[in-house]
Ligand binder design. Structure first.
Ligand SMILES: NC(=O)c1ccc[n+]([C@@H]2O[C@H](COP(=O)([O-])OP(=O)(O)OC[C@H]3O[C@@H](n4cnc5c(N)ncnc54)[C@H](O)[C@@H]3O)[C@@H](O)[C@H]2O)c1
Ligand SMILES: O=C(O)CC[C@@H](O)C(=O)O
Length: 530
């Protein structure tokens, strides 16, 4: 039974599927401080948060069973990603669910700013009928500068066209071709600052974007600019903005987010007549909260059940088209890694993976992660290694991961070859394939061609090819109550070195393996469990 803790208010409708899952127990405990959360997190396999809970290194350290932290929303600035990656905790978010909602909030803020709605409302309900102080401006024919043309920025640009606005857009990933397709004009930050009437930011907060609009930009800014920030506090320098408004450069600003949240009571935005604010409400609609909760719950279930997932933040995203090609190989990749590690039986200093045939022209990194996990988990334990921290763990142990791709696949449509190089320059090679209609197969072990389904308990025997070997192994196993399900023998030349792989029905006692090695002509016997 997996235990999931929900530590922020998250839509019940969204997390219903977790509650309905027979293998999951959900507990809700909101408003916990760091120490309180650290004290209980050790019991849980997954933690679901919104933006209030700060998932610090201390929480990750205390979360000895924690496999995944799910963020019902986009920004993960409340989660220590480095600490999570180090401990193999997968951090996932729900990047799509609140895009439209936040885009619409941006428009609500832009319209409110253009027409002074909050200020006019306050005066009107205060009994003052003031129609002179609130002369607004139209959006039509105005230039809107959009910084950050990702999910939300693109939707904002789309809607701004319906208002008759001209759009200048900047994003390091925005190409001329895509800008033309979206009917926006590709511009630099400087162009936008000098020419826009309205400016809205939709970037994450990074060292690059922190204070990307500050004193130098205000100094050259078009007079009368109106600025909206529904992305992250800190992208626009708050103090420099207040100065720019007071100097008459900026006509007004609408902010949903602050450098520090909630802002101090004496924060200059809270009393400025030309600044309107909301308390980080960008994603706060019924629809968005349901969407993000559904998305994140689905992903948490996938991760807990060891199924493929897509929105991990501490791993690079993988295109759906690439994922669909690689996914069928994840299980065999991990098994090959594990098989190789169990048969190498020595400290590994290089994991060499060769992809051939169908896998020769695709970015195989996600698959390599499964193979590396398979190799490392044998020594480090399943609970300590996963596809997030595997590469990091390999690097921290000076294990090189080398990947090659070749179109030739020795007669197979696809072939994965895992070679482990050990300290004494020895190599252990295991190659496998997915056979159409037959599933996973190991087709080579070291220099020997074989045909073995990688599953359950297996015994890998190295021996001298001579009459009677199979019989004496079978007899010894039978005497020890070990039932053989299948057996494969591989050799290069008659009477030379050979291997035997037996699939047996249960785990084999160590002393049975020792007895096997006393048989004349038998060199080694290793148990492999997949
Ligand atoms: N107010 C809210 O409640 C709320 C809700 C959802 C999202 N957000 C925030 O909105 C922002 C945008 O979210 P999104 O879903 O569109 O993210 P996204 O990742 O789809 O888009 C962000 C874009 O910013 C671009 N970018 C990065 N550095 C840049 C730079 N220096 N200059 C210009 N562009 C740059 C990226 O290339 C990317 O295209 C994020 O900060 C997110 O956390 C806020
Ligand atoms: O309301 C929230 O959870 C914050 C939403 C937003 O900032 C996000 O990053 O998704």
């Amino acid at each position: 039974m997996f235990k999931v803790l929900v530590s922020d208010p998250i839509s019940d409708l969204g997390i219903q599927q977790l509650m309905d899952a027979a293998d999951v127990q959900v507990e809700k405990k909101t408003g916990l401080g760091e120490d309180e959360l650290a004290a209980i997190i050790g019991e849980y396999d997954a933690l679901l948060v919104r933006s209030q809970t700060r998932v610090t290194e201390k929480i990750m350290e205390a979360g000895s069973k924690l496999k995944v932290v799910g963020r019902a929303g986009v920004g993960v600035d409340n989660i220590d990603l480095e600490a999570a990656t180090k401990r193999g905790i997968i951090v996932i978010n729900a990047p799509d669910g609140n895009t439209i909602t936040t885009c619409e909030h941006t428009f609500a803020m832009m319209m409110a700013l253009a027409r002074h709605i909050p200020q006019a409302y306050a005066k009107t309900i205060g009994g003052v009928w003031d129609r002179k102080s609130f002369l607004g401006v139209e959006l039509r024919n105005k230039t809107l500068g959009v910084l950050g043309m990702g999910r939300i920025g693109s939707e904002v640009a789309k809607r701004a066209k319906a208002f008759g606005m001209n759009i200048l857009a900047f994003d390091p990933f925005l190409t001329q071709e895509r800008a033309e397709k979206m009917e926006v004009k590709l511009a630099s930050v400087d162009d936008i600052v000098r020419n826009a009437d309205f400016m809205t930011v939709h970037t994450p907060l990074t060292p690059d974007t922190r204070h990307m609009i500050s004193r130098p930009q205000f100094e050259v800014m078009k007079k009368g600019m109106r600025i909206v920030n529904c992305a992250r506090g800190g992208i626009i320098d708050e103090l420099a903005l207040v100065e720019a408004i007071d100097e008459g450069i900026v006509a007004g600003a609408a902010f949903d987010v602050f450098e520090s949240e909630p802002p101090q009571k004496d924060h200059p935005f809270l009393s400025h007549p030309k600044i309107i604010v909301t308390p980080h409400l960008g994603a706060s609609t019924v629809e968005a909260q349901e969407n993000v909760a559904i998305d994140v719950s689905e992903e948490v279930l996938h991760i807990l059940r060891n199924e493929p997932f897509k929105n991990a933040v501490n791993m690079p995203p993988v295109a759906a088209s690439v994922m669909s090609r690689l996914q069928p190989y994840f299980a065999i990749g991990e098994k090959l890694g594990s098989f190789a590690a169990q048969s190498a039986n020595q400290a590994v200093n290089e994991i060499h993976v060769d992809y051939a045939g169908d896998l020769s022209d695709v970015d195989t990194l996600p698959l390599t992660r499964y193979i590396v996990k398979g190799v490392l988990a044998h020594h480090l334990g399943d609970e300590n290694v996963n596809i997030v921290n595997g590469m990091h763990l390999a690097k921290s142990r000076d294990i090189n991961v080398v990947v090659t791709q070749a179109s030739k696949s020795k007669g197979f449509t696809n072939l994965l070859t895992v070679t482990l190089k050990t300290q004494n320059d020895e190599e252990t090679l295991v190659a496998g394939t997915l056979l159409n209609g037959y599933g996973e197969r190991i087709v080579q072990i070291n220099k020997f061609p074989v045909d073995v389904a990688p599953e359950g308990h297996q015994i890998l025997i190295s021996h001298h090819d001579k009459p009677g070997m199979i019989g004496s192994v079978g007899t010894l196993l039978g005497q020890n109550d070990v039932n053989i399900a299948s057996m494969q023998v591989g050799r290069k030349i008659i009477g030379g070195e050979a291997i035997m792989i037996l699939t047996v029905d249960k785990a084999v006692q160590k002393d049975v393996l020792t007895q096997l090695t006393t048989l004349p002509g038998l060199n080694s016997a290793i148990e492999i469990t997949l």
